[in-house]
Design a protein around this ligand. Structure first.
Ligand SMILES: Cc1cc2nc3c(=O)[nH]c(=O)nc-3n(C[C@H](O)[C@H](O)[C@H](O)COP(=O)(O)OP(=O)(O)OC[C@H]3O[C@@H](n4cnc5c(N)ncnc54)[C@H](O)[C@@H]3O)c2cc1C
Length: 489
């Protein structure tokens, strides 16, 4: 389903108003105190909307490169899915051969600082087919297990050091678009509506909320309204890890796939639970990743089909279903799995995990064929080797596919981060411009952080050079990224 807000606005006769007055007028909202017509409540060079892995790296990079930077974040923490969603580990940051760390720069700095405080294991010593990778052999070498609480604090510190201003509990409401150029946003927080005036905006909402509302064409899911399933992540502890690991090691030779369904961790017990009427979940197995800390594990296993994260009603149902699924899995673990008799639920994500929503159109679009074949455009702002990972499954019309790439890495063009049609608007993270399956490769956290670093650096450089991000000399951008320890080949 192509969701082109311009088409909608044209049909509704609203386009002219948007073109000359900004999207706030399009929405027909009455001018509120602190609205876009009055003086701005906040004035900044770069506004980053969303403080997830992409947004936080965009903000730090923009500020370190000299731009006054403000992040607005609807939750009370930085880190997005990594902290609110309890998602982990950071997927691989190595080349396909597993020999070289290729996602570096800010991502590597975050990893090293976490490792130094005991909040992560360095990916160089973590391999696939073992507890830290849920025993998944393909594409899971060199993941980075981390503690989300340590990450929250570290990201606060890094933003403070860089001079980034962070506004928590603040929701993006409407873009302020002037002369077809992003000029800030109206936001809503505990103090009511406020206006932010900015020279460049970076949309790091994951859902492309800003770009969509500013009129940039977007595609929801695979283009036919089908979306990857959502998952409620949860963390558990008080497990006898030795016994749990021994059980999987003794049975992992039975892992297989049949009729499109994966039979992985504990499928030998899930079958029994199904027979006993104690398991009604779409998956026929239970995937657990070992975490950081004694006997801490992460469960990434629930499946909630058809969740549209751009719709609060859909999200609300998903939160409830995610917690219900968690209860089924906790009861199962306690009853069936050796070592889990006294298992404790440490927490479910404070938001359900969203794998996919809007793909925003940019100046270029990342193509799945190019990802698979290792194409490296000249203006690549980062390299990655993450597999094409599209989730579907039972009760979900999307077909699951997990394909490791045919090359050692691929590159992502800067132009995939430059929004189409609206000036001074950059994209970073899950909402980048890419074919849905290609986005399925770079949606994981290390590439999102690399995108953030690239977008933030580009925004600051564009301001320094007095040009729009679209007109930025990419040679200058690549040189700056290299100087800041990004690996570009
Ligand atoms: C179930 C699941 C399992 C996954 N497994 C892994 C894994 O093992 N390893 C891995 O590396 N990746 C994994 N991923 C992928 C990864 O977590 C996400 O794709 C990644 O976090 C995307 O980063 P982002 O910054 O683009 O978006 P997000 O992490 O979603 O961050 C977006 C931020 O923007 C904020 N925001 C959104 N809208 C607004 C708004 N309107 N106003 C204000 N703030 C807003 C949000 O609160 C959030 O903080 C998984 C994802 C899911 C859902």
């Amino acid at each position: 389903m192509k969701t082109d807000r311009r088409d909608f606005m044209k049909k509704a006769g609203l386009f002219a108003a948007a073109a000359c007055g900004g999207a706030v007028k399009v929405a027909g909202a009455p001018a509120a105190p602190g609205g876009s017509e009055g003086p701005a409540d906040y004035t900044t060079d770069v506004l980053v909307v969303g403080g997830g892995p992409a947004g936080v790296c965009a903000a730090i990079a923009a500020a370190r490169n000299g731009a006054k930077t403000l992040v607005i974040e609807k939750s009370g923490m930085l880190g997005g899915m990594a902290t609110q969603g309890l998602v982990g580990p950071f997927m691989t940051c190595y080349d396909k051969a597993g020999e070289k760390m290729i996602i570096r720069g800010l991502f590597e700095e975050i990893v090293e600082r976490l490792v130094a405080r005991g909040g992560a294991l360095h990916p160089k010593g973590v391999f696939g087919n073992g507890p830290y990778s849920a025993w998944i052999p393909k594409g899971h070498d060199h993941v980075t297990p981390f503690n989300p609480e340590e990450l929250k604090v570290l990201l606060d510190e890094m933003c403070a050091e860089a001079g980034v201003k962070v506004l928590f509990h603040t929701m993006f409401l409407e873009p302020v678009v002037k002369d077809n150029s992003a000029a800030g946003a109206r936001v809503f927080g505990k103090g009511g509506p406020k206006t932010v005036s900015a020279k460049i905006v970076i949309d790091a909402t994951g859902d492309g909320d800003y770009a969509y509302r500013a009129g940039v064409p977007c595609t929801l899911g695979d283009g036919n309204g089908r979306l990857m399933p959502a998952t409620m992540f949860f963390h558990v502890c008080n497990i006898d890890s030795k016994r749990l690991i021994a059980d999987i090691e003794a049975n992992k030779h039975t892992f297989h796939k049949k009729d499109g369904v994966s039979y992985r961790g504990f499928h030998w017990y899930v079958t029994k639970a199904i027979e006993a009427g104690e398991w009604d979940l779409p998956r026929r197995c239970l995937n657990m990743y070992r975490g950081v800390g004694p006997d801490v594990w992460l469960v990434n296993n629930g499946r909630i089909p058809g969740v549209d994260s751009t719709d609060s009603e859909s999200l609300s149902k998903a939160e409830v279903e995610g917690r219900r699924q968690t209860k089924v899995m906790m009861d199962f673990l306690r009853k069936y799995v050796p070592g889990c008799e006294n298992i404790v639920l440490m927490g479910t994500g404070s938001t359900v995990g969203i794998r996919e929503s809007r793909h925003v159109e940019g100046e270029a679009m990342l193509k799945v064929e190019d990802v698979m074949n290792g194409v490296v455009p000249e203006d690549s702002v980062f390299l990655a080797a993450n597999s094409v990972d599209v989730h579907g499954g039972k009760n979900n019309p999307m077909v699951s596919s997990y394909k490791t790439i045919n090359a050692n890495w691929y590159g992502v063009s800067y132009r995939c981060l430059v929004a189409k049609g609206v000036e001074n608007l950059l994209l970073a993270g899950r909402c980048l411009s890419g074919e849905p399956a290609a986005a399925g490769a770079v949606r994981v956290m290390p590439p999102c952080m690399a995108m953030g670093q690239a977008a933030g650096t580009a925004a600051a450089l564009a301001l320094k050079n007095g040009v729009t991000p679209r007109a930025l000399d990419t040679e200058k951008l690549l040189a700056r990224l290299r100087a800041q320890k990004a690996f570009l080949g």
